[in-house]
Design a protein around this ligand. Sequence first.
Ligand code: FES
Length: 407
Amino acid sequence: MSPPEVPVFARQRIDSLDVLEVSKEVDVFDDDDKLFLLERRAIFSKTWICVAHRSRFTKPGDYVAMELATFPIFIILGKDNIARAFHNVCRHRAYTVTKKTAGSSLVLGCKYHGWSYDTKGKLLKAPQFDGIDGFDKTQNSLFAIHTCTDKGGFIHVNLDAGLNLEPPSCASVVAFAAEHGIHARGSWITGWDLKGDFNWKVAAQQPISTLALQEAPSASSAAAAGLRAYLRLLVGSARKSAPKGANAGGSETPTSLNVSPITTLKMLPGSSLWLCITAFPLSAARTAVRCDVYSAASSFAPAPSQAQLEQLEQGVAAWVRGLESSYVVVESGPLSKQNEFLPMLREHLREERMRGVEIMPGSRREGRSVEFMKGEQVCKELEDLAGGGMPTACAVGGDGEKGGMEW
Ligand code: FES
């Protein structure tokens, strides 16, 4: 079923706002596309967001790319075993640096003109630019993103370009990790992506803990029987390795944690398996869902069978379908979760009104010498003469050829 012609969230927001004196604000809150752009500026460009877990990265060079509210970023593990995040935008002409959504490489080479970077984002090589007056490699590293790995191994990023940020509030997620024996050196088992026609806030309001994924599979299913046997194995393993109090008693009650704004952690009942589910907004009405399966068990545990993983995928897919349905029918329902974001949006709007311009906290600017720009122009003209067509530059707000990124 398609989303309603007039998205429901905008109308609900109008209803819930008690102070909207300025027509400009009304325009924003009455237009889902404008509202989404505001959310990108007011939430996703300056908020700490939990996007991954450290056990996703096992060796230096392991990286994962993602789009955070359409901002292309990637996280890579350095030789010092520290996970760092960067804008996935080449400093030459703003094309994507990583070649895959996940991989491993100690040197990331941009495929277009050969600029290459190390795991700390430092520019290693810039063919044709070495020796140009005014070209300083040290000034052309990848744009770093504030990154914090908490004690539970969860990786938080903040796109704000400011230097002095408050650290993320990790108390709840660290406590959740401690309670369930989740630590930075757990095991990543698998992960998958899917997309749905719903606004990302629906996922925040209806995290997967409310759905049936955690329920025991049907007894009539042979695969389900296999899964139960597997979970029993993991229970034994987890009981040996988990800290005191972790999942005590192998409770059948599922446990989950909503890590605002877009991530949900979900323990599978009676096991050391847990899911990290993140709803990455793509637009006002479409969201990409990333689901990763981990084991908190530190000792060896057998891998789930394909059938067991398919069951998990089906559970997540069913949740996404439910979100799509909710997005359509939620018009008359309460949207209490919105209240969490309204103050941020309104405060950001007020600040923009005071300054008279849109404020993009993640925006980066790069100063480049006249000599560099001349050299770059020569390169472009040579490419044009050679008929070398270039792909479209980074489409996500980037204006790399103008010397910066507008986010
Ligand atoms: S080397 Fe990356 S865009 Fe040219």
